[in-house]
Write a protein that binds this ligand. Sequence first.
Ligand SMILES: [Zn+2]
Length: 98
Amino acid sequence: MKFLRIWQELNLEDIKQHLLVVGELSAECFNCHELSIDSASRSCPNCGTVFKYIGFRRKLRVQDFKSFNRERTGVKLIDFFDFKKEINKKGARDFLDI
Ligand SMILES: [Zn+2]
């Protein structure tokens, strides 16, 4: 089996509420911005949101996908850079009221 990226239409608001953002040393809940969360956590210890999505702050490598797939089931791996780009666009549209 090989890993290929696919594009899928997703609800930005749902992602915002259920996203775990993994950094180099720890992870952050995107919903309440709690820091220092264990990247293996299924829910936020602060706000209780269940993580349905996970994104990485760094550019992903194939070995990241392999370890992610072993550790997580039922959680969608999203491209955090795509997500940030879309919420920035939405923020600009909301600001301009268009
Ligand atoms: Zn939280």
